[in-house]
Structure formats: C-alpha cells, structure tokens
Design a protein around this ligand. Structure first.
Ligand SMILES: *[C@@H]1O[C@H](CO)[C@@H](O)[C@H](O)[C@H]1NC(C)=O
Ligand SMILES: *[C@@H]1O[C@H](CO)[C@@H](O)[C@H](O)[C@H]1NC(C)=O
Length: 415
C-alpha cells in the first residue's frame, strides 16, 4: 500500500465510508542501469515512506514501476536525477485512469450476458456463474472451496463435458488491485462453454476445467469500495496492519526471496506458508485433484511474462526445458493477434524472483506437466490502471496463449 502515508488516508476513508482518491498521483517507470541504482531503489523501497512499488526493484536491467504521491514527486525526481537514474513519467494523474475504468463498467443487460469490454465485479461474476450452472447444468457446476476472512465464498466453476478427464486448474484475482485476471478467466469460461472455436471445443472436451477467477474476494471488493490499489487480503494481522499478499503465501520456498516480513507492507507474505484461509483452502482443493492434474496456471497483472517454476532458481528443475519450449512457442502464438510480446522463464531470470507462488507450490507438490504464472498486460505504461479498451484484446490473446500451450505440449508429447 501507500504505507504509512496511505494508512492514515485509509483510516479517514474508512471512518467516513469514502473512497481513497489518487488525484495527481503519478506513475513512474524507472530503469536501474547499475548495482548502485538497484541498491538506491531498494533503499527507497524498504523505507516504506509513501511510495507504492507495483514492480519492486530486482536486478540491473529490470524496470521498476512505482506510484508517487503528489507531495513526494519533486523529491523523488530530484533523487533520481542526482544519481543519473533514467525514469519515465508514465501517467500524471492516476485518479483519471481509475475513473475511466469505473465509468465503463456496469453496461450489462438484464439478459445474463457478460461483456468483456469492461472489468467485472465479483457479484456480477458469481451471478453469471449461477446462471451458467442452471443453463448448462449438464457440464457446469459451481464450486466453493472455502470462505475468505470476511466470509465471502471463494468460488469457481467446473466445466466437465465427459467424466474421467485430466484437469486444468486456473487461478486469478489473488491481488485485489488486479482487475484484469478475473475478467480474463471469465472469458476463458465463456469460450470453453460456447466451444465455437474448434480448438476451444476440443480443449473443453479433452480436459476438466476448474476456473477460479477471484481467490481474494475481500481484497477485490475493497479495491472497488475503498482503496483502488489494495493488494492483499483483509485479515487483520496486528492492531494497525491488515492483510497478506496471497501470491507469496503458498508453501513453496516461502519467504526465501521477495515479499516482506513487515505486516504493514503491501507485499507482506504472512506469518507462515498457508497462514491464510484463501490459499490454504484452495491448495486443499487442488491437492484432491492430485495426479489427475494436467496443468496449473495462475494469472495476474502485470509485466507480460510467463513465469515457470521455480521462482528462486535459475537451474532447470523438473521439466523446465520442456516447459520453456512450450511457453516460448505458445507466447509466439499469443503475440499473433495484437503483437503483445511475452518473455518466458523463471521469475529469478525475468522478474522479481519472489517465492511462495501458487504455481510453484503445485509444481512442487503435484508436479503436473504444465505449470506457470501469467503476468498479463502491460509493461508498466498503465499497470493496474489498464484502460478498458485493452480488456477484450487481453482476453483474446491470453486465450490464444492458453490454447497454444495445450497445442505445443501435445506436439512434444508432454500432454
Ligand atoms: C492537481 O494538480 C492540478 C494542477 O497542478 C491542480 O490544479 C489541482 O488542484 C490538483 N488536484 C488536487 C486534488 O490536488
Ligand atoms: C456460499 O456457498 C454456499 C455453498 O456453495 C452457498 O450455499 C451459499 O449460498 C453461498 N453464499 C453466498 C453469500 O453466496
């Protein structure tokens, strides 16, 4: 979060039931070109003094994405200039971008149709799932794996056209501020059920699909009601700190790299692996599928990367080389529609190396042939404020990427 500075704002907003505003908050993309630059940015990051890092510093050559409150902008720019650190101002008023995301929502008709030209709130998704389960009761069922801290269902949908198939499990919405992955996963649901595209139909016939668009329903709701940039779940940790970053709370190399042990930080990893009901209950669900699991893919904003296990390592483990080949070819297919380029590799190689992710956990525990995390659009121009006109293209290209993963995996006899 915006840490100390924002926590005051958040308190005020909560007391008055208002939304936190981001007027004149700016988004920067910073390019560290030396170890010194990285060290300096790391110091800023660990200071927790009001800067909100969407992409924290990792290594030379990896960009940093950071939101700067208006009263800190001058100092921030000055401190970068002094050290000759190159930065780009990507956006000069975050609030405008958020307003544009909101205004375009709620264009649904009463006919139970879903639209992928806007972001979708939790209630709309659940209503639509219930409608699908009634309308296609032969192939669709609703699954509740547990409840969030605030008592919301952690809900997914299962699509099964024939019994006895291997399964794919897809998760999204672990980060509250990420509105893109839930919308992308509902698009997948729609495509798999409709089966208009022959390859999509084959995918839905050949596998059972377990799709959970919002693993963090409390965080998701909180970003809509109060604090647009909230990332964590909403469980109180101390008297003044709330929430755990679910993307780092899974029991795989937990706490080794990335994330924070400080409960006030927006990437707080929790008191231990699976300290949170959201991750714990979902992991139990996936474990029950066990060796029937063909693939596990996690989706979140942002960075245009396909991360493959394991985050902490640069050494190929399990079927890393196969997965790298599948991923690279599939991301080539993903780019065909709109030219969106993805990198493929372990998080340590191409991202922050943060451990404790869901795909690493599942790979380690169950070892399905396919496992990975999609970091969706974009590369820091918009980040969590990705405009609604990019929602449908993101859905389409990511679905192309998913089908291509299956195709390429079959091609080299991994599936
Ligand atoms: C944002 O900046 C503009 C231009 O500097 C200024 O006129 C406006 O009052 C600022 N808005 C807020 C809410 O601070
Ligand atoms: C939560 O899920 C249970 C079981 O699927 C269902 O009976 C209940 O109505 C759901 N609650 C809400 C608030 O949707």
């Amino acid at each position: 979060m915006l840490l100390k500075f924002l926590s005051l704002t958040v308190l005020t907003a909560l007391v008055f039931g208002e939304k936190v505003r981001y007027d004149n908050y700016t988004l920067f993309k910073v390019h560290p070109e030396s170890e010194e630059h990285v060290l300096f940015l790391n110091d800023l990051y660990e200071l927790n003094n009001g800067l909100d890092f969407w992409v924290p510093p990792s290594e030379v050559g990896n960009y940093v994405s950071v939101v700067v409150p208006p009263e800190m902008k001058k100092d921030f720019e000055h401190s970068l200039r002094k050290r000759s650190i190159y930065s780009q101002l990507m956006m000069d008023n975050l609030q405008e971008a958020f307003d544009a995301q909101l205004m375009s929502r709620k264009k649904r008709s009463a006919s139970h149709e879903m639209f992928w030209t806007n972001y979708q709130p939790l209630d709309d998704i659940i209503d639509w799932f219930e409608y699908l389960a009634r309308r296609h009761s032969d192939i669709v069922s609703i699954i509740t794996v547990g409840q969030s801290y605030e008592g919301r269902n952690i809900t997914g949908i299962k699509i099964s056209r024939r019994p006895g198939r291997l399964s794919f499990v897809l998760d999204g919405g672990q980060i509250g501020a990420d509105w893109l992955s839930p919308t992308i996963l509902t698009y997948f649901v729609d495509q798999l059920i409709k089966g208009e595209n022959p390859e999509a139909l084959a995918a839905s016939r050949n596998f059972d699909w377990h799709i959970f668009p919002i693993l963090n329903p409390d965080g998701h709701e909180f970003t809509q009601a109060s604090v647009r940039l909230w990332t964590k779940n909403r469980r109180p940790i101390t008297s003044s700190a709330i929430g755990v970053d679910l993307t780092k709370n899974w029991n795989s190399q937990w706490g080794i790299i990335g994330g924070s042990f400080d409960p006030a930080a927006n990437n707080y990893i929790g008191q231990g692996p699976f300290s949170e009901e959201e991750t714990r209950s979902f992991s139990r669900y996936v474990e029950e599928i066990g060796s029937n699991l063909a693939g596990y893919l996690s989706f979140r904003s942002f960075g245009q990367r396909l991360l493959i296990p394991f985050a902490h390592s640069t050494t190929p483990m399990y079927n890393y080389n196969e997965m790298l080949l599948i991923g690279r070819r599939a991301m080539g297919s993903l780019s065909a529609a709109y030219g969106t380029q993805y990198q493929v590799g372990t998080s340590r190689l191409i991202s922050t190396g943060a451990t404790g992710s869901s795909d690493d956990y599942v790979k380690h525990r169950i070892n399905p042939p396919i496992a990975g995390t999609f970091l969706l659009r974009d590369q820091g121009a918009w980040g969590y404020t990705l405009p609604v006109n990019q929602v449908l293209p993101s859905c389409e290209e990511t679905f192309d990427g998913l089908l291509a993963i299956i195709r390429e995996a079959r091609f080299i006899n991994v599936l």
